[in-house]
Design a protein around this ligand. Structure first.
Ligand code: ASP
Length: 438
């Protein structure tokens, strides 16, 4: 029999009405056995997320200010869910423990984690599932990194003893037992860890959109939903700024070969996006899978005659960057020029230092920094098989009178990255999207 792990995001558990939808989804299939909740999210756009309120309580207590008003908002969110669902459950004792801890300056992570913890108790009660506290079964190492192997062994063992369980997202514990959270949005990671631990057939990640879109809806009107995407393509797109799933949530399930299905709690009939290891689909309908972009890059160009025959030139250039603690994104090069694309914000206040270091290390003929570069990644596993994809991208940009400042195609042929002037960014995204999709 199939086994599914489900994670519900904050907007899917923001109020009693959403808890009911979640209940219907979970009960619709008996193989939906392990559920990971986030803390209650926003019910409307000006609303607060419980996690943000908890962080606020921490800040207030730290500054020796009153927490009552903020803490009461949190209590009331949970009270109204319990009351409207008609549950025979009281969290008043838990509230008192948490309030006291905050007033005694408990750790920031402990306080933030209580959002998921309390929501988990309610959801377990509502579904009639066991409650498993990840403080005891998800571990971080002394250096603060997640301890995947220890967690997998211990979590697998405990979950074998619980046929159906709710495991709150977002946190685990340090070797000394204190609570540590993942970074924001980290319940996605917990879902993935649980899916691996129980060797699930599918990890369903329920949110408030019907999957990944082919492009940013703020810039492209009504972009299409991506039906299937591979882990590798997703990495490329999310690196360039496309977000729905926490980046680190990919690793545990990818390792175990478990697909992720992004689903919409408000539209449970939509198929959503399937994230898989390898797509068996030959060529996707549009050749490309998605387009993402990022602004705010600078290009440092170093020119030197006969650079190509100077052994160690590239290493010295990169060493200069290392000395200035700047990472690089791309390295487009010519015969006698080498450019380094960096994040503009990484070189704020360091420009002179960087130029001096590069000059010292490479003794160039000329050196220049140009700002306002935007990068656009056109990603698609089908590009390997489709001829003329690059030509179509360049033609679309040329027809829109957009100058291409940089081109980079990974040898995996999974993506083509073009750099354009920041002022052309939105227009460039639109014309590439229209070329392939419209
Ligand atoms: N509640 C946490 C946050 O707001 C974690 C999560 O929702 O995944 O970041």
């Amino acid at each position: 029999m199939q086994l599914k792990v489900l994670k519900f995001g904050g907007s899917s558990l923001a109020d009693a009405a959403h808890f009911r939808m979640v209940g219907e989804i979970v009960r619709a299939e008996s193989c939906r056995r392990y559920v990971i909740p986030s803390a209650p999210g926003k019910r409307f756009s000006e609303d607060d997320k419980v996690t943000d309120l908890l962080y606020k309580c921490f800040e207030l207590a730290l500054a020796d200010k009153e927490i009552d008003e903020t803490f009461e908002k949190i209590e009331n969110r949970y009270r109204s869910i319990i009351e409207e669902l008609g549950l025979d459950l009281s969290l008043e004792k838990e509230f008192e423990t948490i309030r006291t801890a905050i007033l005694h300056c408990a750790g920031r992570d402990y306080i933030a984690s209580r959002g998921e913890y309390l929501n988990g108790i309610i959801l377990a009660n509502y579904l009639g599932f066991d409650f498993i506290d990840p403080q005891k079964y998800i571990f971080f190492r002394e250096d603060g990194n997640f301890d995947s192997e220890k967690t997998n062994i211990i979590l697998s063992a405990i979950l074998k003893e619980h046929y159906r369980a709710v495991i709150p997202g977002f946190y685990g514990s340090m070797p000394n037992g204190t609570i540590k959270t993942f970074s924001r949005g980290g319940s996605d990671i917990t879902g993935s860890i649980v899916a691996r631990a129980v060797n699930a057939d599918l990890y369903e990640n329920w949110t408030d959109v019907s999957g990944f879109l082919m492009a940013d809806p703020r810039l492209i009107e009504n972009p299409r939903v991506i039906e299937t995407i591979t882990y590798k393509e997703l990495r490329e797109l999310s690196y360039m700024g496309a977000t729905v799933l926490h980046e680190d949530a990919i690793f545990p399930v990818r390792y175990a070969g478990i697909p992720i299905n992004i689903r919409n709690t408000n539209r449970p009939d939509d198929k959503g996006t399937m994230i898989v290891a390898h797509s068996t689909e030959a060529i996707s309908e549009h050749v490309i899978t998605g387009i993402a972009g990022k602004r705010g890059f600078s290009v440092v160009t170093v020119e030197k005659d006969m650079m190509n025959s100077e052994i160690g030139f590239g290493r010295r250039l990169l060493e200069a960057l290392e000395k200035c603690e700047v990472c690089f994104e791309h390295l487009p090069s010519g015969i006698d020029t080498m450019s380094v694309v960096v994040n503009s914000k990484d070189i704020i206040g360091k420009r002179d230092f960087l130029l001096t270091e590069i000059c010292r290390m490479t003794e160039p003929d000329a050196i220049d920094i140009e700002d306002s570069l935007a990068l656009i990644a056109v990603v698609g596993r089908s590009m390997v098989k489709a001829k003329g994809t690059a030509a179509r991208i360049f033609r679309a940009l040329a027809d829109a009178s957009i100058n291409i400042k940089m081109i980079d195609q990974g040898s995996s042929e999974l993506n083509i990255i073009v750099g354009v002037d920041d002022a052309d960014y939105v227009k460039a995204l639109q014309c590439i999207y229209n070329e392939f999709v419209k």
